[in-house]
Design a protein around this ligand. Sequence first.
Ligand SMILES: [Zn+2]
Length: 93
Amino acid sequence: MLPRHSRFDGVCGGRLWLDGRVLDTCAGARQSELTEEASPITHGTEAGARAHNRRGETACRWCKEAGRLAQRERRRRKRAADQTNPTHTKEKK
Ligand SMILES: [Zn+2]
């Protein structure tokens, strides 16, 4: 991923990009994460939050936020599923 060249908007390599420019940098982001090969953590995603945890790190604010939103979305979907199908949670395979 070459954000600078693709005029990328979003979060990549621990940086928040807008129109190919770095707006903000993730705390703990390493320069090496901007190289094409190495990017074990995709910041700003729930997977990124898990990757931080695997490294024994505290998730950066982008990952933390993404994880929080994903969790909230899952809870919301589960609630909706339970409401439309009350027996859903009792069913077993
Ligand atoms: Zn992160």
